[in-house]
Ligand binder design. Structure first.
Ligand SMILES: Cc1cc2nc3c(=O)[nH]c(=O)nc-3n(C[C@H](O)[C@H](O)[C@H](O)COP(=O)(O)OP(=O)(O)OC[C@H]3O[C@@H](n4cnc5c(N)ncnc54)[C@H](O)[C@@H]3O)c2cc1C
Length: 364
């Protein structure tokens, strides 16, 4: 069997790796370099959180996804998952913590409900005077996303898979059996998997009609030096509970605290590029910073832009077309963490070991 995979983000590469291990002849075509810094998967890190309110299928699968990342770390010889735990703040502004707690209860998963004094004692970097309580989960943490993509591409090459950088696909045949590159070269196979992230709508406008490319800015902020030790014990924060809700990850690799804000997500085609507007880091920090004690002493250093995809109800889209085609789009801000599981299941479906139809349903 020969599978052609369009896109060397985490979905394209991991699916290719699973297929290759089963003896499939795989070709991965990537429009940019591999790893491509413009794709959603190549960022410093991505978060795993335990609760996904209103999406019990996701909440149930977090433990399996984390275990799979640990297994992959062992296979690739590098620690890709740092379990920091997560914190979600409950305030009069937002019910996200309340809904997260209900979701964990329903799933029988562990959590702690902390009062503001307990939060300040354990995690002194936060300001808690406007907080009702906070939800702590030990499960959850940081995935070293960019490193993972690089290591998976390398492993795929070692196993005889063919990652081809600078090979932009111009068109995919409607029977899902071949692709045409920009120079007119046609590459044929038994299956074509389109894992093209935010570029999916331009490549398959009909099949991906409800997939929206989205743009999000993230900022890096340097904490005051004397808070370095406190930050090493600080979990990821899923929701800051502010009127403008924010999220973030503790400092790693000397790059500072990483923050994003829900309000900073908007429709945009990836052609608009990944350069943040001047002052973007300061603007983001002005939204999220007030959750932190001494926030005026932090120094915003830079901002990045990233494109990913959303669908109306934020569910995975796994949509067959023609005899051999499959569109894969994770369509939510949870795409990275579940890629460890979903890509294995997609590979199994392509090999006829399981049904594809039920797969997207399991992640609702
Ligand atoms: C700011 C931000 C924060 C996020 N936070 C989290 C998080 O905390 N946890 C989490 O789980 N998820 C998170 N996500 C979501 C997650 O990063 C994405 O869902 C996931 O990385 C998407 O992977 P992908 O392989 O589908 O797409 P991508 O990584 O975008 O890969 C698609 C690839 O296809 C290539 N391509 C496109 N068109 C063509 C073509 N015509 N020919 C050849 N190649 C092509 C592109 O160049 C690209 O390399 C976040 C996303 C963003 C933007």
């Amino acid at each position: 069997m020969r599978a052609i995979i369009v896109g060397a983000g985490i979905y394209g590469l991991l699916t290719a790796l699973h297929l290759r291990k089963e003896g499939v002849d795989v070709v991965v075509l990537e429009r940019g370099s591999i790893p491509n810094p413009s794709c959603a998967s190549v960022d410093r890190d991505r978060m795993i959180r335990a609760a996904h309110p209103g999406q019990p299928g996701l909440t149930r699968r977090v433990a399996d996804a984390s275990a799979e990342w640990s297994r992959l770390s062992d296979e690739l010889g590098e620690g890709f998952y740092i379990e920091t735990g997560t914190l979600t703040f409950a305030s009069p502004c937002l019910d996200f913590a309340e809904r997260s707690l209900a979701e964990l209860e329903a799933a029988g998963l562990p959590y702690e409900r902390l009062n503001p004094d307990e939060v300040s004692y354990r995690y002194p970097v936060f300001r808690t005077d406007d907080v009702d309580w906070a939800l702590y989960t030990r499960d959850g943490g940081v995935l070293r996303a960019g490193r993972i993509v690089g290591a998976v591409a390398e492993r795929l090459g070692e196993l005889g898979g063919v990652p081809r950088p600078h090979s932009r696909v111009q068109a995919v045949s409607s029977d899902g059996r071949s692709v045409t590159l920009m120079d007119g070269t046609v590459i044929s196979g038994d299956a074509v998997l389109v894992c093209a992230g935010a570029w999916v709508p331009e490549l398959l406008p009909e099949v991906a009609r409800d997939v929206r490319p989205i743009r999000q800015e993230v900022a890096y902020v340097a904490p005051p030096d004397d808070l370095t030790a406190a930050w090493t014990r600080t979990p990821c924060f899923v929701s800051t509970g502010q009127a403008v809700d924010g999220w973030g990850l503790p400092p790693l690799d000397g790059l500072g605290v990483k923050v994003g804000a829900v309000a900073n997500v908007r429709p945009s085609a990836p052609e608009n590029g990944i350069t943040a507007a001047p002052g973007a880091a300061e603007t983001l920090w002005a939204m999220v910073g007030p959750r932190f004690a001494r926030w005026n002493e932090y120094r915003p250093t830079h901002a990045d832009v990233c494109h990913f995809t959303l669908a109306p109800n934020e569910t995975f889209i796994l949509r067959p077309f023609g005899a051999g085609g499959l569109l894969v789009s994770c369509c939510s801000g949870s795409g990275f963490k579940f890629s460890s599981l979903v890509t294995r299941e997609i590979a199994d479906a392509i090999l006829g070991k399981r049904s594809l139809t039920s797969l997207a349903e399991e992640y609702r």
